[in-house]
Design a protein around this ligand. Structure first.
Ligand code: 13P
Ligand code: SF4
Length: 354
């Protein structure tokens, strides 16, 4: 008798073969390995957004990740090419920490000084927040494009109001020579500006949100890994500045994949990010030592999508059932697209025109 696992795998292979180029399966590095093995493309959030923007022949896109990624893809794909998310409830607590209403409150509290700022949201955010930024001349960024987008805002003679990840905000600011004392922090729970105080005097304003997965990496994990001199440490910029300052590499999931691939074979790695990226690296480099920095950490939402969910999504698509489609339309889609498009144009070397 065949196991359920074999049957799901066989059915997936058959369905995927039948659909051919009609469907493109994209997966984020944090998707579980059993799902990633069916992906046509695996990447970080920027690469996956660029994939969605690049069209190709596919009639539809299945996105194995979380909702903000699928929504970004849907905004970029437009209404002609549907985007499906196998588990519609897969969200992101970091994205949930900032609402467009909350951002509007902070904006209003800033008064006339708001005119000096450009709102920049991490793609780990709702479409509403992206649209809030887009409608005010702002942009999105990902962990791999944050530095370029922040620099473009400064070059335009304006200041960054970054949402929702305080750590990515501070780490990126530091890479541009902006000191902690120059950053004002908006706390959505209290409605207060902290850090360097009121935004009027600050060089940058950041929203106080964070990723629960990356908050679990601490300086003492770095100290432990450092006991082995052959170990290099790579961390995601959603980790705290205290951790990032001590690491050898700080960058997006793709940056970490490249860093490991390009390093000498005798280097051992301790990686501060979600466990499925570490599993992916171990699969790519089975003879190397690649550990988690401290205990393994997993993102609950990224873990939701299973092979069965993927199979069901493909089968539904074949039947014309769009119940797992992620749709964004109207003014929201237009304004969010403006914000995403500004990021993509900055990456093509254009100046930011807020
Ligand atoms: P990347 O942009 O590095 O892929 O990260 C996405 C993410 O959700 C990190 O928590
Ligand atoms: Fe969100 Fe963190 Fe999960 Fe990334 S790892 S999707 S930021 S909760």
């Amino acid at each position: 008798m065949k196991t359920v696992e074999t049957t799901t795998g066989e059915m997936l292979r058959e369905t995927k073969n039948r659909l051919g180029d009609d469907i493109l399966i994209a997966a984020h590095y944090y998707a579980v390995p059993e799902v990633k093995r069916w992906a046509d493309e695996i990447g970080d959030s920027l690469e996956l957004a660029q994939l969605a923007a690049g069209a190709g022949n596919a009639r539809a896109l299945v996105f194995c990740g979380v909702s903000f990624m699928a929504e970004t893809a849907a905004v970029l794909s437009g209404p002609e090419r549907p985007v499906f998310l196998p588990r519609l409830e897969a969200g992101c607590p970091l994205a949930d920490s900032a609402t467009a209403e909350g951002a509007g409150r902070a904006w209003t509290m800033m008064g006339p000084v708001a005119r000096d700022f450009v709102p920049v949201t991490y793609v780990n955010s709702s479409t509403e927040l992206k649209a809030f930024c887009g409608a005010r001349g702002g942009a999105t960024c990902t962990s791999s494009s944050a530095r370029d987008v922040f620099a473009a805002v400064e070059e335009a003679g304006r200041r960054v109001f970054f949402l929702p990840d305080i750590n990515l905000g501070r780490n990126t600011a530091r890479s541009l020579g902006i000191r902690d004392e120059e950053i004002s922090v908006f706390d959505p729970d209290t409605g207060d500006f902290g850090g360097s105080g009121a935004p009027g005097e600050a060089r940058m304003l950041v929203w106080k949100g964070s990723c629960p997965v990356h908050l679990e990496f601490h300086p003492h994990h770095v100290a432990e890994a450092r006991k082995d001199p052959a170990t290099r440490i790579a961390v995601h910029p959603e980790c705290s500045p205290e951790v990032c300052r001590l690491a050898d590499e700080v960058g997006s999931t793709s940056h970490m994949v490249r860093s490991v691939a390009e390093s000498p074979r005798d280097v051992r790695w301790a990686i501060g990010t979600e466990i499925n990226l570490i599993k992916h690296l171990r699969n790519l480099h089975p003879h190397r030592t690649i550990d988690s920095l401290g205990p393994a950490r997993s993102c609950r939402d990224m873990h939701l999508t299973t092979e069965t969910d993927l199979l069901e999504t493909l089968a539904e698509f074949e039947r014309g059932d769009e119940s797992r489609r992620v749709s964004v339309s109207g003014i929201l889609a237009r304004d969010a697209l403006d914000a995403i498009d500004r990021m993509l144009r900055v990456l093509r070397g254009e100046a930011l025109k807020p």
